[in-house]
Design a protein around this ligand. Structure first.
Ligand SMILES: [Zn+2]
Length: 176
């Protein structure tokens, strides 16, 4: 599987530069809060359109990647910040969103998110302690809600998947 280049044209969701080194964080998201599954039409294209034609007031929102069970797409270049974490500090991190619509294979989508996390850690020397849930930056946001609720192995299960993939570079993606 390759990362699909769906990088958005330069616009309001480009916020300035990110320095990528061992100080950098990776923030893990799910596309909606709460533990219900989203409708089938909440596809990668749905979220891409939402970033391109945002509702008023949400123009700055973005995320670097969105993953599903079958695809990994990139929307924002890795040298740019974007608004995904609800705080300036959090927005200095690399954002990986994951789809939660009910017609996807959740364990596979979570594994893709973990593989991409391991890839970025290796590429930029980011430690596992800097892989954090969205709620780390904004405690009012219960995101990624399903992992935080312990579903599909929970947050600890996600981190141990990342560690497993980190040890085997065969799983790494080619970075755009
Ligand atoms: Zn989030």
């Amino acid at each position: 599987m390759n990362i699909e280049n769906r990088i958005l044209p330069f616009g309001p969701n480009y916020l300035g530069n990110i320095v990528r080194n061992s100080e950098t964080f990776i923030t893990i998201h799910e596309t909606s809060e709460g533990t219900d599954f989203a409708p089938e039409n909440r596809t990668i294209e749905y979220y891409e359109d939402r970033l391109k034609n945002p509702p008023k007031g949400l123009e700055q929102i973005g995320y670097h990647f969105l993953v599903s069970d079958k695809r990994v797409v990139q929307f924002i270049p890795l040298n740019f910040r974007t608004a995904h974490a609800g705080s300036t500090e959090g927005n200095n991190s690399l954002a990986i969103e994951r789809l939660v619509n009910k017609n996807i294979d959740f364990p596979k989508a979570i594994a893709n998110q973990a593989k991409l996390t391991a890839t970025l850690m290796h590429k930029y020397g980011i430690p596992i302690t800097h892989v954090v849930p969205h709620t780390y930056w904004n405690p009012r946001k219960s995101c990624p809600a399903r992992l935080l609720a312990g579903m599909f192995g929970g947050w600890d299960g996600f981190i141990s998947q990342v560690e497993t993939f980190s040890r085997n570079q065969d799983f790494f993606f080619d970075i755009l």
